[in-house]
Design a protein around this ligand. Sequence first.
Ligand SMILES: Cc1cc2nc3c(=O)[nH]c(=O)nc-3n(C[C@H](O)[C@H](O)[C@H](O)COP(=O)(O)OP(=O)(O)OC[C@H]3O[C@@H](n4cnc5c(N)ncnc54)[C@H](O)[C@@H]3O)c2cc1C
Length: 407
Amino acid sequence: MQHRIVVLGAGYAGAVAAGRLARRLRREDVAITLVNAEPDFVERVRMHQLATGQELRPRPFAEMFDGTGVELRLARVTAVDVDRKTVTVVPAVGPGKAEAPEQELEYDTLVYALGSAWNDQGVPGAAEHADQIASRSGALRLRERLAGLAAGESVVVVGGGLTGLEAVTEIAEARPDLDVALAARGALGDWLSPKGRRHLRKVVDGLGVTVHEHTAVTAVAPGHVTTAEGTAVPAAVTLWTTGFAVHPISRATALEVTGAGRIVVDRTMRSVSHPDLYAIGDAAMATGPAGHPLRMSCASGLPMAWQAADAIAARLTGGKLPNTPLRYFNQCVSLGRGEGLIQYVTADDRAVRAALTGRTAALYKELICKGAAWAVAHPTLGLPARRRRVAPQPARTDTPLPTTTPA
Ligand SMILES: Cc1cc2nc3c(=O)[nH]c(=O)nc-3n(C[C@H](O)[C@H](O)[C@H](O)COP(=O)(O)OP(=O)(O)OC[C@H]3O[C@@H](n4cnc5c(N)ncnc54)[C@H](O)[C@@H]3O)c2cc1C
């Protein structure tokens, strides 16, 4: 009997994990199913580029996984039952067609990699009036709105983190005719090294971005945002980039999750409460060096995927568990297309003195983005095949599932 591995989400983490599992395990022993809502890979790290009118290369999953042994299911996941070991999905249908009825998938091992969405932090008006670039649909909507702005109109990017910095510089570079501002809770780039901060300031000033430092935005309305001091800052478009939130599906399960709903995992990315489930990428809360949680990022998601896939393969085949410590090396920030900043960091992600700046940094960042997409697009290449026989698993004891989904 084949061991059924279901991977939920084909973002950076899920796609890479599925491919690596296919490379590690023998086809006759496992059935690997990859479930994703959309038919092609979304390069989330380039959503600010999409929003400013750049075209991204289409990356259809059907091509990527052709011949790998991974079965692709285009469907929206609506629930996970970790006790019955089932996933409820609504199959994707073409535009204009009636929604298909729900289906259930059974699993022996589940890899949960549904990623994250934007986080409006409950700020009044943000959900209704702000734009976001955490998803492709959000980036495409912002693209339309930016294209509709006349010269001199205002854009405020809320959030001075990595996503906010990349977005504000990209917009200011692409649309020098707009009045572009950044609202940051702290000082501009206050976690960076002195060299990194100086370079960031130089680029932002050169692009004519107005920076509102130590500024919390407390409300969003059509045409302006309001700060904690009660100041109204004009904003024909408000872009909200104050962090990511995970999908509510995990919180509705019996899994151990954090207050924010991220699934708590051990160093092999296995759920601390349900050993048949692994969580990776933004959806998971894993501990990194010095006991600090890994941050939601592609930089964490890819090593988490490798670790999870290798751990699953090791446990199924009786091999050696992976013991690679997950750590950071740098933070790679694009500052428009011609400028960048590579901030070198300690293993636990704190800035050190060294930073790479300018055109070389922009090229480095571009290579990193290309490398991440390559890893997804060639899920089974570049890995030595270690297809090992799956050891006999305990007999399944689950009661048979009903053939129709209960109401
Ligand atoms: C503009 C921007 C720039 C960024 N830049 C960087 C950067 O420079 N470096 C970096 O390290 N990180 C960066 N990030 C963060 C990075 O993109 C995320 O951390 C990363 O995408 C997380 O990977 P993931 O696989 O966990 O989730 P995702 O990439 O979000 O993938 C989740 C997948 O699950 C699918 N999915 C979601 N819900 C469902 C459902 N209910 N049913 C079926 N499928 C579903 C989605 O369609 C998607 O394919 C950036 C993010 C943004 C938005």
